[in-house]
Design a protein around this ligand. Structure first.
Ligand code: FE2
Length: 185
């Protein structure tokens, strides 16, 4: 993927911001500025990535733009008609949308598992922060959704959980389970 200058600049700014004492606020501000003009950002972005497929359809695709111990930055393309499974990140996640609408479903931990909580639709131009104990699942509200997901840590180097879409049983996250746990929307 040829990375547009606007994303190269955003990655450089996030790397610096991730070292600040209040990295979360600093990166939220950078994200708000990035997605403010959705039309220009959309026009500058590379074509949508669609490499991830599940038994019920193609999910879209993730392109990791940068990852180190302090920050992971991913371009997330999401296609409609698939409900992706609940999972955690074990670190703060900051999501900014620049195209379409990403459906966000949430769960909270209970004494013996997890329980559904209120969700929301995240529209182009909006920014969402998910705390370190957050559990969410993404899909689209209708058509495609494109956004940037920033995590305050090394996302591929933590032992994360995924939850069965019907039983909500918790298991170690793997891409195989992720794809298997997708459901038709
Ligand atoms: Fe996630």
């Amino acid at each position: 993927m040829k990375t547009p200058q606007v994303l190269t600049d955003f990655v450089a700014a996030c790397r610096l911001a991730a070292k600040e004492p209040d990295a979360r606020s600093a990166i939220v501000e950078l994200m708000r500025s990035l997605v403010m003009d959705t039309d220009s950002l959309s026009a500058a972005m590379p074509a949508m990535d669609t490499h991830d497929s599940s038994p019920v359809g193609t999910l879209g695709g993730d392109v990791t733009l940068f990852e180190d111990d302090s920050v992971t930055i991913v371009l997330v393309d999401t296609l409609p008609h698939v409900l992706q499974p609940p999972h955690d990140h074990l670190m703060t996640a900051i999501i900014g949308m620049f195209e379409g609408c990403e459906q966000q479903r949430f769960w909270s931990r209970t004494a013996d598992g997890i329980a559904p909580a209120a969700g929301r639709d995240l529209l182009a131009g909006e920014v969402l922060v998910i705390g370190t104990d957050g559990i969410h699942a993404i899909g689209t509200c209708d058509d495609i959704a494109r956004g940037i997901h920033v995590y305050l840590g090394s996302l591929s180097n933590v032992a994360r959980s995924i939850f069965h879409p019907e039983t909500l049983e918790e298991q170690p996250l793997s891409m195989a389970l992720y794809n298997d746990y997708c459901r038709a929307a």
